[in-house]
Design a protein around this ligand. Structure first.
Ligand code: AHR
Length: 665
């Protein structure tokens, strides 16, 4: 027999009662190196939904640190004693602060207690940097006792860590101290209590503003930094592109709450607080305390792109509020004429200068002053998030004209609307082609059947028009919108189609990216967390497997057994990796049964070692959780080759990557 390995595997399959299926020969034409695969091919899309920023990746632990949430400036705070919110603070765009005053009674405390985002998560032995802007408006110096407390303990003391800050002088100053936590607690609180220098309560007055608590260990140790566990997971995916900051958040429910990138720059204390568009749009999951501090603003997002090695892809407002929330309401948007749109167009031009301009240009200077004199090398800009119809087209044309004239080298990404087919979608593609967009952003949150029906979606796309950016997608099973491995396997199958068509698909990003287990509005999502832990979903692993095995060139790949249209089956794609000098073949079996496959690498005589990476989604309903984060994760193995063939059995609902070296002789 020519393939003893396969025969043995088939025999083994038979002995354990598997159904013997027809061998599927997957032929890869190694001599026909095809289109280069864009470095941006597999990326990530970040939006502040599901408490992705404050309460998520942005490591600030104090909610409403500037007392600017509305309508209640003390949202997130419990209060003790005598205090008042005042409105003439040191930061023009966040003018509110709190005046703590003597309670008037020696045994009554004055102070504040912050509940954090679903609590404050602290870890034993870790350091936390507390900071506050404060002053003594009148009278003697005061002492702020800063405590980490467990509000629900039966112990003698609720506080388990404490530091003291002496505040003196009538000028506003920033004070800080580091507190080491002696214990791990997911739902601690932060207390700030007013004392005098003699340890007595309630004898003086102290003003406090911008009360902040960060872990000292953030991603790369940045102050005003990001949660290192979450960013590490992003980094480990090796994303090629980083789309931000949304999503519908770019548009806002109304234009005055849209994401305005200029407000996200400069000292964090003076970045105005904005209502989060996801706060109350779903009555079944509504969060009155969901605001954006903009602490993780455009500077931090560009910096993050750079640090995770991804091309930044900012999305800017096209002069439109969210179309979903303002259905056919022309009046919700900026009038579609050049003069009215000018400030929005200027925002795009200024952003390009902010990212790429010399350090002495108007906006390049802002970047340089924030710590990055070198440019961020921006190459792409998306204008409009998920827009459709004439409202969009009539506005976008003014943007394209001006951006092209000023920055012909920047690639413009346009939208094809919220769905992947139908009239709006067709009209969108036509308009983007006519307007000369470089890429068209497609969005599809669809059921399993759609993913099966679309495994060849891009095969017949027009190669002469704009490139494809699959900017938001996820398999929502059949309406079961929670994460489970059974949906992820269809994402893997669909992605063979992205890869086979890398000549037209330039980038793809799963969505949404992040979700707090208590604070989500939308699922499935790629990464989940609470205040202490996180886990990567099976969808994360699918994305990471593609991104880490992207290769550099498409190789033609065909199968002897092809699933009938819209049916489960075996799906594959192949690439050459110029750096590693390896062939990389991806095989996805969406059926429930094991499928014998033979990879035949035409044009090779002899192959070297075969490294396999397998994601087993056969638990179908299964998914990683905070308590069991590694239930579904890639397993690594090795296989022998035989001549120019590799024989294997791909288990039911498995995604396998074969990295195949050339024989050394
Ligand atoms: O990813 C969630 C939302 O889905 C995005 O904000 C929007 O672009 C799409 O409708």
């Amino acid at each position: 027999m020519k393939r003893p390995f396969l025969m043995m595997l088939l025999w083994m399959a038979g002995t354990i009662g598997m159904t013997a299926a027809q061998e599927n020969v997957i032929t890869v034409q190694t001599a026909r190196k095809g289109a280069p695969i864009s470095a941006t091919m597999y990326g990530i899309f970040y939006e502040d939904i599901n408490f992705a920023a404050d309460g998520g990746m942005y490591a600030e632990m104090v909610k409403n640190r500037s007392f600017e949430y509305t309508p209640d400036a003390l949202m997130g705070w419990n209060t003790l004693g005598r205090l008042e919110v005042r409105n003439d603070g040191p930061f023009a765009r966040n003018p509110k602060y709190v005046r703590l005053s003597a309670s008037g009674h020696v045994e009554q405390l004055t102070g504040l207690e912050n509940e954090g985002f679903f609590g404050i998560g602290v870890k034993e032995g870790e350091d936390y940097r507390f900071s506050v802007w404060a002053r003594i408006p009148e009278g003697k110096p005061q002492v702020l006792k800063v405590q980490l407390v467990n509000p629900s303990t039966m112990e003698e003391h609720q506080q388990f860590a404490e530091a003291r800050i002496k505040v003196e002088g009538s000028e506003w100053k920033q004070y800080e101290t580091v507190i080491r936590s002696p214990r791990t607690l997911g739902k601690a609180r932060l207390r700030v209590l007013l004392y005098d220098e003699n340890g007595r309560t309630g004898t003086g007055v102290c003003d406090v503003e911008h009360v902040s608590l960060f872990p000292v260990k953030t991603w790369k140790g940045h102050r005003n930094g990001l949660r290192s566990d979450i960013v590490q997971a992003l980094y480990d995916m090796r994303p090629g592109v980083f789309r931000f900051p949304g999503g519908c958040i770019v548009e806002g429910a109304t234009l005055d709450t849209r994401y305005d990138w200029k407000k996200t720059l400069g000292p964090v204390e003076n970045r105005p607080t904005n209502i989060n568009r996801w706060r109350d749009c779903f009555p079944q999951r509504c969060f009155p305390d969901y605001f954006q501090s903009y602490g993780m603003g455009f500077y931090e997002l560009f910096q993050l792109s750079e640090e995770i090695g991804a091309e930044p892809l900012p999305v800017l407002n096209v002069g439109m509020a969210c179309q979903y929330q303002n259905w056919e309401q022309e009046g919700a948007h900026v009038p579609a004429n050049a003069a009215a749109l000018d400030p929005y167009i200027q925002d795009c031009l200024d952003l390009i200068e902010f990212a790429n301009g010399p350090a002495d240009s108007q906006w390049g200077k802002v970047r340089a002053e924030m710590g990055h004199p070198e440019p961020f090398h921006l190459k792409y800009i998306a204008v409009g998030n998920e827009q459709w119809g004439r409202f969009y087209f009539d506005r976008l044309k003014f943007f394209v004209e001006k951006i092209r004239a000023a920055y012909p080298e920047i690639k413009i990404v346009g939208s094809s609307g919220p769905g992947p087919d139908g009239k709006d979608f067709e009209d969108g593609w036509k308009a983007m082609t006519d307007l000369g967009a470089d890429l068209v952003d497609e969005h599809f949150y669809r059921p399993i059947q759609w993913f099966l029906d679309n495994v060849n979606r891009y095969d017949n796309y027009d190669r002469k028009g704009p490139k494809v950016f699959a900017g938001e997608y996820a398999c929502h099973d059949n309406g079961r919108k929670w994460n489970h491995a059974g949906a992820s396997i269809y994402e893997a199958a669909f992605m063979t189609n992205l890869e086979r068509n890398a000549d037209i698909v330039e980038m793809a990003t799963y969505a949404p990216l992040l979700a707090h287990v208590e604070g989500w509005q939308w699922r499935p999502d790629m990464i989940w967390y609470d205040n202490l832990r996180m886990f990567k979903t099976s969808s994360y692993h699918v994305q990471a497997m593609y991104a880490c095995n992207r290769g550099t060139h498409v190789l033609p790949c065909s199968q002897s057994e092809v699933a009938p249209k819209g049916k489960d089956g075996v799906f594959s794609s192949a690439v050459w990796d110029e750096q590693a000098k390896e062939y990389v073949v991806k095989v996805v079996n969406t059926t429930a049964d094991p499928q014998p496959v033979c990879l035949r690498l035409e044009g090779c005589k002899k192959l070297g070692a075969v490294h396999t990476i397998t994601l087993d989604c056969s638990t179908f309903e299964g998914e990683n959780t905070l308590d069991n984060p590694n239930l579904i994760e890639p397993r690594h193995n090795f296989l022998a080759s035989e001549g120019n063939e590799v024989a294997d059995i791909v288990g039911g609902k498995q995604f396998v990557i074969y990295r195949i070296g050339k024989a050394s002789k």
